[in-house]
Design a binder for this molecule. Sequence first.
Ligand SMILES: Cc1cc2nc3c(=O)[nH]c(=O)nc-3n(C[C@H](O)[C@H](O)[C@H](O)COP(=O)(O)OP(=O)(O)OC[C@H]3O[C@@H](n4cnc5c(N)ncnc54)[C@H](O)[C@@H]3O)c2cc1C
Length: 269
Amino acid sequence: MPLNIIVCVKQTPATANIQIDSHTGLLKSDGVNWGINPFDEYAIEEGIRLKERIPGSWCGALTLGLPRSEEVLREAIARGCDEAFHICGQEFDGSDTFATSYALHKGIQKLIQTKGKIDLILCGKQTNDGDAGQVGPGIAAWLDWPSVSYVKKIEEVNEKQVKIHRMMEDGSDILEVSLPAVLSVVKEINEPRLPSLKGKMASKKAVISKWNAEELGCDRSKVGLQGSPTVVAKRFLPPSRPQGTRLDGATIEDKAKKLVEKLKEHKLI
Ligand SMILES: Cc1cc2nc3c(=O)[nH]c(=O)nc-3n(C[C@H](O)[C@H](O)[C@H](O)COP(=O)(O)OP(=O)(O)OC[C@H]3O[C@@H](n4cnc5c(N)ncnc54)[C@H](O)[C@@H]3O)c2cc1C
Protein backbone atom coordinates (compact mmCIF):
# COMPACT_ATOMS: atom_id res chain seq x y z
CA MET A 1 0.00 0.00 0.00
CA PRO A 2 1.34 3.48 -0.85
CA LEU A 3 2.88 5.48 1.99
CA ASN A 4 2.55 9.17 2.76
CA ILE A 5 5.87 10.41 4.09
CA ILE A 6 6.84 13.79 5.56
CA VAL A 7 10.46 14.91 5.84
CA CYS A 8 11.19 17.69 8.35
CA VAL A 9 13.92 20.02 7.12
CA LYS A 10 15.51 23.01 8.78
CA GLN A 11 17.53 25.82 7.22
CA THR A 12 20.83 26.21 9.07
CA PRO A 13 24.15 28.03 8.45
CA ALA A 14 26.14 26.28 5.72
CA THR A 15 29.35 26.76 7.68
CA ALA A 16 30.99 25.42 10.81
CA ASN A 17 32.48 28.85 11.46
CA ILE A 18 29.53 30.43 13.26
CA GLN A 19 30.21 33.86 14.80
CA ILE A 20 28.55 35.14 17.96
CA ASP A 21 27.90 38.83 18.62
CA SER A 22 29.69 39.48 21.91
CA HIS A 23 27.24 42.27 22.88
CA THR A 24 23.91 40.57 22.19
CA GLY A 25 25.00 36.92 22.56
CA LEU A 26 23.06 36.12 19.33
CA LEU A 27 24.37 34.33 16.26
CA LYS A 28 25.62 36.78 13.61
CA SER A 29 23.50 36.14 10.53
CA ASP A 30 25.03 38.86 8.30
CA GLY A 31 26.94 37.34 5.41
CA VAL A 32 26.02 33.78 6.47
CA ASN A 33 25.22 31.33 3.69
CA TRP A 34 22.22 29.18 4.57
CA GLY A 35 21.46 25.66 3.44
CA ILE A 36 19.69 22.43 4.38
CA ASN A 37 20.78 21.08 7.74
CA PRO A 38 23.26 18.34 6.65
CA PHE A 39 21.44 15.50 8.48
CA ASP A 40 18.17 16.48 6.79
CA GLU A 41 19.69 15.74 3.38
CA TYR A 42 19.81 12.06 4.44
CA ALA A 43 16.20 12.20 5.66
CA ILE A 44 15.11 13.68 2.29
CA GLU A 45 17.03 10.99 0.39
CA GLU A 46 15.45 8.22 2.47
CA GLY A 47 11.97 9.66 1.94
CA ILE A 48 12.52 9.76 -1.82
CA ARG A 49 13.96 6.22 -1.86
CA LEU A 50 10.91 4.88 0.03
CA LYS A 51 8.63 6.71 -2.39
CA GLU A 52 10.47 5.13 -5.32
CA ARG A 53 10.39 1.69 -3.64
CA ILE A 54 6.61 1.71 -3.02
CA PRO A 55 4.63 2.80 -6.10
CA GLY A 56 2.01 5.47 -5.52
CA SER A 57 3.71 6.80 -2.41
CA TRP A 58 4.01 10.52 -1.70
CA CYS A 59 6.80 12.46 0.02
CA GLY A 60 6.38 16.04 1.29
CA ALA A 61 8.85 18.39 2.98
CA LEU A 62 7.92 20.53 6.01
CA THR A 63 9.77 23.37 7.70
CA LEU A 64 9.18 25.93 10.43
CA GLY A 65 11.29 28.97 9.80
CA LEU A 66 11.79 32.51 8.56
CA PRO A 67 10.64 33.46 5.00
CA ARG A 68 14.14 32.66 3.66
CA SER A 69 13.66 29.01 4.78
CA GLU A 70 11.56 28.53 1.64
CA GLU A 71 14.90 27.92 -0.13
CA VAL A 72 15.40 24.57 1.65
CA LEU A 73 11.88 23.48 0.68
CA ARG A 74 12.61 24.26 -2.98
CA GLU A 75 15.86 22.30 -2.65
CA ALA A 76 13.87 19.33 -1.23
CA ILE A 77 11.56 19.46 -4.25
CA ALA A 78 14.58 19.70 -6.58
CA ARG A 79 15.86 16.47 -5.01
CA GLY A 80 12.53 14.67 -5.55
CA CYS A 81 9.98 15.63 -2.87
CA ASP A 82 6.46 16.04 -4.29
CA GLU A 83 5.26 19.03 -2.27
CA ALA A 84 6.46 21.42 0.42
CA PHE A 85 4.87 23.16 3.39
CA HIS A 86 6.15 26.22 5.24
CA ILE A 87 5.09 27.14 8.78
CA CYS A 88 5.99 30.80 9.06
CA GLY A 89 5.07 33.88 11.07
CA GLN A 90 6.46 36.28 13.65
CA GLU A 91 4.42 34.49 16.32
CA PHE A 92 6.91 31.57 16.05
CA ASP A 93 9.99 33.76 16.74
CA GLY A 94 12.00 32.56 19.71
CA SER A 95 10.61 29.00 19.62
CA ASP A 96 12.67 26.41 21.48
CA THR A 97 12.56 22.68 20.69
CA PHE A 98 9.29 22.27 22.65
CA ALA A 99 7.52 25.04 20.73
CA THR A 100 9.15 24.00 17.42
CA SER A 101 7.95 20.41 17.71
CA TYR A 102 4.50 21.65 18.79
CA ALA A 103 4.17 23.81 15.66
CA LEU A 104 5.49 21.04 13.39
CA HIS A 105 3.01 18.52 14.84
CA LYS A 106 0.18 20.98 14.13
CA GLY A 107 1.41 21.05 10.51
CA ILE A 108 1.40 17.24 10.42
CA GLN A 109 -2.16 17.18 11.80
CA LYS A 110 -3.22 19.56 9.03
CA LEU A 111 -1.59 17.25 6.47
CA ILE A 112 -3.37 14.23 7.95
CA GLN A 113 -6.65 16.10 7.34
CA THR A 114 -5.82 16.94 3.72
CA LYS A 115 -3.96 13.75 2.71
CA GLY A 116 -6.10 11.30 4.69
CA LYS A 117 -3.08 9.88 6.54
CA ILE A 118 0.64 10.31 7.18
CA ASP A 119 2.50 7.03 7.74
CA LEU A 120 6.03 8.14 8.41
CA ILE A 121 7.87 11.28 9.50
CA LEU A 122 11.60 11.42 8.81
CA CYS A 123 13.93 13.85 10.58
CA GLY A 124 17.67 14.31 10.72
CA LYS A 125 19.48 13.11 13.85
CA GLN A 126 20.17 16.71 14.88
CA THR A 127 20.88 20.12 13.43
CA ASN A 128 24.29 21.72 12.97
CA ASP A 129 23.25 24.89 14.86
CA GLY A 130 20.85 23.99 17.68
CA ASP A 131 22.27 20.46 17.93
CA ALA A 132 19.54 19.34 20.35
CA GLY A 133 18.33 16.16 18.61
CA GLN A 134 14.97 16.74 20.32
CA VAL A 135 12.60 17.90 17.60
CA GLY A 136 11.91 14.45 16.02
CA PRO A 137 11.12 12.77 19.36
CA GLY A 138 9.20 15.94 20.35
CA ILE A 139 6.91 15.70 17.30
CA ALA A 140 6.31 12.01 18.15
CA ALA A 141 5.43 12.92 21.74
CA TRP A 142 2.89 15.55 20.63
CA LEU A 143 1.32 13.07 18.17
CA ASP A 144 1.62 10.13 20.61
CA TRP A 145 3.40 8.10 17.92
CA PRO A 146 6.42 5.81 18.38
CA SER A 147 9.81 7.40 17.76
CA VAL A 148 13.25 5.94 17.02
CA SER A 149 16.48 7.93 16.73
CA TYR A 150 19.85 6.97 15.17
CA VAL A 151 18.17 4.99 12.35
CA LYS A 152 20.82 3.76 9.92
CA LYS A 153 18.75 1.40 7.74
CA ILE A 154 15.12 0.91 6.78
CA GLU A 155 15.02 -2.77 5.87
CA GLU A 156 11.34 -3.39 5.26
CA VAL A 157 8.21 -1.31 5.33
CA ASN A 158 4.55 -2.08 4.82
CA GLU A 159 1.34 -0.23 5.70
CA LYS A 160 1.43 -1.54 9.29
CA GLN A 161 5.07 -1.45 10.36
CA VAL A 162 8.66 -0.64 9.52
CA LYS A 163 11.71 -2.80 10.25
CA ILE A 164 14.76 -0.67 11.02
CA HIS A 165 18.35 -0.86 12.17
CA ARG A 166 19.28 1.55 14.95
CA MET A 167 22.92 2.53 15.42
CA MET A 168 24.22 1.84 18.93
CA GLU A 169 27.67 2.40 20.45
CA ASP A 170 28.34 -1.35 20.56
CA GLY A 171 26.50 -2.51 17.42
CA SER A 172 22.97 -2.27 16.06
CA ASP A 173 19.43 -2.92 17.27
CA ILE A 174 16.91 -4.32 14.80
CA LEU A 175 13.46 -3.01 15.65
CA GLU A 176 9.96 -3.50 14.27
CA VAL A 177 7.99 -0.31 14.79
CA SER A 178 4.28 0.11 14.19
CA LEU A 179 3.18 2.91 11.85
CA PRO A 180 2.59 5.82 11.95
CA ALA A 181 5.98 6.63 13.45
CA VAL A 182 8.76 9.23 13.58
CA LEU A 183 12.32 8.20 12.66
CA SER A 184 15.47 10.35 13.05
CA VAL A 185 18.21 9.23 10.68
CA VAL A 186 22.01 9.22 10.76
CA LYS A 187 24.45 9.81 7.88
CA GLU A 188 25.16 6.08 7.53
CA ILE A 189 21.66 5.47 6.10
CA ASN A 190 22.35 6.48 2.47
CA GLU A 191 24.25 8.68 0.03
CA PRO A 192 22.10 11.74 -0.79
CA ARG A 193 21.61 12.48 -4.47
CA LEU A 194 22.13 15.89 -6.05
CA PRO A 195 19.15 17.72 -7.54
CA SER A 196 18.42 16.78 -11.16
CA LEU A 197 17.82 19.39 -13.87
CA LYS A 198 14.18 18.26 -14.06
CA GLY A 199 13.95 18.57 -10.28
CA LYS A 200 15.44 22.07 -10.33
CA MET A 201 12.88 23.18 -12.90
CA ALA A 202 10.04 21.63 -10.85
CA SER A 203 11.30 23.39 -7.73
CA LYS A 204 11.18 26.81 -9.42
CA LYS A 205 7.55 26.33 -10.41
CA ALA A 206 6.40 24.63 -7.20
CA VAL A 207 3.72 26.38 -5.13
CA ILE A 208 4.65 26.12 -1.48
CA SER A 209 1.80 26.04 1.03
CA LYS A 210 2.30 28.59 3.84
CA TRP A 211 0.63 28.34 7.22
CA ASN A 212 0.65 30.69 10.20
CA ALA A 213 -0.34 29.84 13.78
CA GLU A 214 -3.97 30.78 13.22
CA GLU A 215 -4.30 28.61 10.10
CA LEU A 216 -2.87 25.67 12.05
CA GLY A 217 -5.16 26.26 15.04
CA CYS A 218 -2.14 26.61 17.34
CA ASP A 219 -2.60 27.29 21.03
CA ARG A 220 -0.74 30.66 21.23
CA SER A 221 0.60 29.82 24.68
CA LYS A 222 2.62 26.98 23.10
CA VAL A 223 4.34 28.88 20.26
CA GLY A 224 7.17 31.39 20.09
CA LEU A 225 9.06 32.76 23.06
CA GLN A 226 6.05 32.63 25.41
CA GLY A 227 5.54 28.95 24.53
CA SER A 228 9.19 28.04 25.13
CA PRO A 229 10.05 26.60 28.53
CA THR A 230 13.81 26.91 27.88
CA VAL A 231 15.67 30.21 27.79
CA VAL A 232 19.15 30.81 26.40
CA ALA A 233 20.70 32.64 29.35
CA LYS A 234 24.07 33.20 27.70
CA ARG A 235 25.87 32.28 24.50
CA PHE A 236 29.65 32.34 24.22
CA LEU A 237 32.46 30.71 22.34
CA PRO A 238 34.58 28.29 24.40
CA PRO A 239 37.89 29.92 25.45
CA SER A 240 40.74 28.94 23.16
CA ARG A 241 43.00 26.25 24.61
CA PRO A 242 46.34 27.46 26.00
CA GLN A 243 49.31 26.54 23.89
CA GLY A 244 50.92 23.19 24.83
CA THR A 245 54.52 22.79 26.05
CA ARG A 246 56.97 21.26 23.62
CA LEU A 247 59.54 18.93 25.14
CA ASP A 248 62.76 18.95 23.13
CA GLY A 249 65.49 16.36 23.42
CA ALA A 250 68.19 14.73 21.33
CA THR A 251 66.67 11.25 21.65
CA ILE A 252 63.30 9.77 22.42
CA GLU A 253 64.67 8.68 25.81
CA ASP A 254 65.62 12.32 26.66
CA LYS A 255 62.12 13.45 25.74
CA ALA A 256 60.54 10.66 27.81
CA LYS A 257 62.72 11.63 30.81
CA LYS A 258 61.63 15.27 30.54
CA LEU A 259 58.00 14.19 30.29
CA VAL A 260 58.30 12.11 33.47
CA GLU A 261 59.90 15.07 35.28
CA LYS A 262 57.07 17.37 34.14
CA LEU A 263 54.40 14.91 35.27
CA LYS A 264 56.11 14.58 38.67
CA GLU A 265 56.37 18.38 38.93
CA HIS A 266 52.59 18.64 38.45
CA LYS A 267 52.07 15.74 40.89
CA LEU A 268 50.38 13.70 38.14
CA ILE A 269 52.50 10.63 38.86
C1 LIG B 1 14.70 30.28 24.14
C2 LIG B 1 15.10 29.91 22.74
C3 LIG B 1 14.85 30.81 21.74
C4 LIG B 1 15.19 30.51 20.44
N1 LIG B 1 14.92 31.43 19.48
C5 LIG B 1 15.17 31.14 18.21
C6 LIG B 1 14.86 32.08 17.20
O1 LIG B 1 14.33 33.16 17.47
N2 LIG B 1 15.14 31.75 15.92
C7 LIG B 1 15.71 30.55 15.61
O2 LIG B 1 15.94 30.28 14.41
N3 LIG B 1 16.01 29.64 16.54
C8 LIG B 1 15.77 29.91 17.84
N4 LIG B 1 16.08 29.01 18.79
C9 LIG B 1 16.63 27.75 18.40
C10 LIG B 1 15.47 26.83 18.09
O3 LIG B 1 14.80 26.49 19.25
C11 LIG B 1 15.96 25.56 17.53
O4 LIG B 1 16.65 25.83 16.35
C12 LIG B 1 14.80 24.64 17.18
O5 LIG B 1 13.99 24.43 18.29
C13 LIG B 1 15.27 23.30 16.69
O6 LIG B 1 16.20 22.76 17.60
P1 LIG B 1 17.50 22.15 17.02
O7 LIG B 1 18.01 23.05 15.96
O8 LIG B 1 18.40 21.79 18.13
O9 LIG B 1 16.91 20.82 16.30
P2 LIG B 1 17.18 19.29 16.55
O10 LIG B 1 16.28 18.82 17.62
O11 LIG B 1 18.64 19.00 16.65
O12 LIG B 1 16.62 18.80 15.13
C14 LIG B 1 16.43 17.43 14.81
C15 LIG B 1 15.68 17.35 13.51
O13 LIG B 1 14.37 17.91 13.67
C16 LIG B 1 13.97 18.58 12.46
N5 LIG B 1 13.83 20.02 12.74
C17 LIG B 1 14.42 20.76 13.70
N6 LIG B 1 14.02 22.04 13.61
C18 LIG B 1 13.16 22.10 12.57
C19 LIG B 1 12.41 23.15 11.95
N7 LIG B 1 12.46 24.41 12.39
N8 LIG B 1 11.63 22.84 10.89
C20 LIG B 1 11.57 21.58 10.42
N9 LIG B 1 12.26 20.55 10.94
C21 LIG B 1 13.02 20.81 12.00
C22 LIG B 1 15.08 18.31 11.45
O14 LIG B 1 14.77 17.12 10.75
C23 LIG B 1 16.30 18.10 12.34
O15 LIG B 1 17.31 17.35 11.71
C24 LIG B 1 15.77 29.27 20.12
C25 LIG B 1 16.05 28.37 21.14
C26 LIG B 1 15.71 28.68 22.44
C27 LIG B 1 16.01 27.69 23.53
